[in-house]
Design a protein around this ligand. Structure first.
Ligand SMILES: [Zn+2]
Length: 141
């Protein structure tokens, strides 16, 4: 198998069951925009799993970005290993919506602990692009 085929067949980190190449990869690389809030959520999880910090910042609502975001995120992606995403529910966030919420669980491991991050995230669409606004987060270990 050639290297390209391996990459094409690799399962997407977001757990969709689709190959990475046809799921989050083109979105994280900016070749395609996420059509729904859930797709954006999945692509952000994938970006966390792969350490695509620029993408995480670019898909955060501008007023929620902080000066230290890049440093904080770089640390997070270095020390946290994301091991699985489960979408629990979605509300709005469809192709014709302007806002939506996604409730999910993301399993993680660090050197000190393993646990689950539970979050109900709010998203909004701006100029055709979904953005992460904020969320209620709970860490369960
Ligand atoms: Zn994916």
């Amino acid at each position: 198998m050639s290297h390209d085929q391996e990459v094409t067949n690799k399962a997407c980190p977001c757990g969709s069951g689709k190959p990475f190449t046809y799921c989050c990869e083109p979105i994280v690389q900016g070749q395609k925009s996420a059509p729904t809030a859930e797709t954006l959520m999945r692509s952000r999880y994938t970006a966390f799993a792969l350490g695509a910090v620029d993408y995480l910042i670019n898909t955060t609502a501008p007023e929620k970005r902080g000066e230290d975001d890049a440093d904080i995120l770089n640390d997070q992606v270095k020390y946290t290993n994301w091991t699985g995403l489960k979408i629990l529910s979605t509300d709005l966030g469809g192709r014709s919506d302007e806002q939506g919420t996604v409730e999910f669980e993301a399993a993680f491991e660090t050197d000190e602990q393993s646990g689950t991050l539970y979050e109900k995230s709010n998203f909004r669409k701006e100029n055709g692009f979904w953005l992460y606004v904020d969320g209620d987060v709970e860490i369960r270990t």
